[in-house]
Design a protein around this ligand. Structure first.
Ligand code: C2E
Ligand code: MG
Ligand code: MG
Length: 387
């Protein structure tokens, strides 16, 4: 019914000779023929967008349709309809990337960027297969008493020509191109096998846990739970040592598809943490019912504590929320002794950040284990360790 309503709005918005068609799914195409100028086509696109956004009532439910519109012009010398649709499509993706409800006009740089992206995508696919990816491990510390409590595995990709590529770039690329399942599978396997190796070499590591980040598409992957289960079995580790981190935005945006996967993993005993907490919109009603063990306060609030007192209040609010819901609270991005002291005084359970330790190569970790297990919790002592 919504698609029909959208179709009616589009048809009503164009001129008598123009053509409106549904390409499939929720994609529509509009052919404006003739059109005088780029400005006229953009103006039409904005009018259509405006018409689409008016509230729609279906079966008593109010909906607000939205759209991203890509525009291309016939004077670019197209030979086939496919070429026109391809460029309009590229422009539409550019509009989408700019945010919701936007219009973008095609330009040739979009081809270059798309080609570049496709190339990198192919290289990433090969990188996953050829072992160019690696993991670093950033320690997590209980704050009271102060002691090493676990690690977060973070993926790294060193491109043979371009050097290190940021996870923010290649994780998004893997999500878009459908390689994330393979990447996540690899990361889980690698991190679990590393923890198993540490545990057998250093019995003190018995209680450490391993955090692994997963993405939105992983939550919709019905094979994830069984993959995780067989990985844990293969390495002889109990499921409770594995915590999967999901960002708040991803989790809340995909609750419907996530619930089944969360339940299956929870059944095994795997734990969950909400990453970057405070940057998205959590449904508090859901938060109390979801199988979440910890809330990881986003580093931006931790870093902002000294500049704006409201950040301290946000951290305190998350801490109270965690306490009342029975969830641990982890602070990430701790960079200064002042931040650490404030968090410790407030009673935050677990901390992570460059001050405590940078992400480490696996080979650097055993040296960390040699440190006294009960490192002094006083900030004064920590101060001396900071270069
Ligand atoms: P995240 O899970 O929130 O990880 C924390 C990021 O903050 C990491 O960046 C870490 O290196 C950095 N960090 C740690 N301590 C500090 C600090 O004190 N100050 C500052 N400024 N930064 C700190 P990184 O490794 O670049 O990862 C970025 C994001 O990429 C991660 O955010 C995570 O969402 C994603 N990511 C990384 N590895 C994986 C992976 O294997 N799978 C998935 N799905 N996502 C991953
Ligand atoms: Mg994380
Ligand atoms: Mg985070």
């Amino acid at each position: 019914q919504m698609l029909q309503a959208v179709a009616r709005r589009l048809s009503a918005g164009v001129r008598p000779g123009d053509l409106v068609a549904r390409l499939g799914g929720d994609e529509f195409a509009v052919l404006l023929d003739p059109i005088d100028s780029a400005e006229a086509s953009l103006a039409m696109a904005r009018r259509l967008l405006h018409a689409l956004q008016q509230t729609l009532v279906i079966n008593g439910t109010e909906l607000q349709p939205g759209a991203s519109i890509g525009v291309t012009l016939s004077d670019l010398g197209y030979r086939t309809t496919d070429e026109i649709l391809r460029d309009a499509d590229l422009a539409m993706y550019a509009a989408k990337a700019g945010g919701r409800h936007r219009v973008a006009l095609f330009d040739h740089s979009m081809h270059a960027r798309m080609a570049e992206k496709l190339k990198l995508e192919g290289e990433l696919r090969r990188a996953i297969g050829e072992g160019q990816l690696s993991l670093v491990y950033q320690p997590l510390y209980d704050l009271e008493p102060y002691r090493l409590s676990g690690f977060e595995a973070l993926a790294r990709w060193t491109h043979p020509e371009r050097g290190p590529i940021s996870p923010a770039v290649f994780i998004a690329l893997a999500e878009e191109s459908g390689h994330i399942e393979a990447l996540t599978h690899w990361v889980v396997d690698q991190a679990v096998s590393q923890l198993a190796a540490w545990r057998s070499a250093h019995p003190a590591l018995g209680a450490m846990d391993m955090h692994v980040n997963i993405s939105g598409r992983d939550l919709a992957n019905p094979a994830l739970a069984s993959q995780v289960q067989s990985t844990l079995q293969r390495h002889g580790l109990p499921a409770r040592v594995l915590t999967l981190e999901i960002t708040e935005t991803t989790l809340m945006g995909r609750l419907e598809t996530a619930l089944g996967t969360l339940a299956a993993l929870r059944q095994l005993g795997v734990r969950f943490s909400i990453d970057d907490f405070g940057t998205g919109y959590s449904s508090l009603a859901y938060l109390s019912t979801l199988p979440i063990d910890s809330l990881k306060i986003d580093g931006s609030f931790v870093r902002g504590m000294s500049e704006a007192p409201q950040n301290v209040e946000i951290v305190r609010a998350v801490l109270n929320l965690g306490r009342s819901l029975g969830k641990k609270v982890i602070a990430e991005g701790i960079e200064t002794v002042e931040q650490l002291a404030t968090l410790q005084a407030m009673g935050v359970h677990v901390g992570q950040g460059y001050l405590l330790s940078r992400p480490l190569r696996a080979a650097q970790v055993p040296a960390l284990l040699g440190e006294p297990v009960q490192a002094p919790p006083q900030v004064g002592a920590l101060l001396q360790q900071v270069p």
